[in-house]
Design a protein around this ligand. Structure first.
Ligand code: CA
Length: 95
């Protein structure tokens, strides 16, 4: 476990959530179980993890990671991008 990082521009970091916890939360948020993550599912996951402004964060993250513009995170490349985005911007730590 790494130390908790601070992001002055974006407010306080999370209480040491890991990318694995984020993934677990995404899987639980995948209501229809199709393995693809919609913006609404991402939003629910972020809320469950206690992030502020989950709606705004979900929108920005989707804009960053949804390369083929079909409004879901639906392949490994996009998921990888989303996880990297989460690590950089939301302070998730690599476990
Ligand atoms: Ca996509």
């Amino acid at each position: 476990m790494g130390h908790r990082r601070r992001h002055q521009r974006r407010g306080p970091a999370l209480p040491a959530a890991t990318l694995e916890e984020f993934l677990d939360c995404l899987r639980r948020a995948d209501a229809d179980g199709d393995g693809r993550i919609s913006r609404s599912e991402l939003q629910h996951a972020l809320r469950a993890l206690g992030l502020r402004c989950p709606r705004v964060k979900a929108r920005r993250a989707m804009a960053n990671s949804d390369h083929n513009l079909n409004h879901t995170i639906d392949n490994d490349e996009e998921l990888k991008e989303l996880l990297e985005y989460a690590r950089r911007n939301w302070g998730f730590v690599v476990n």
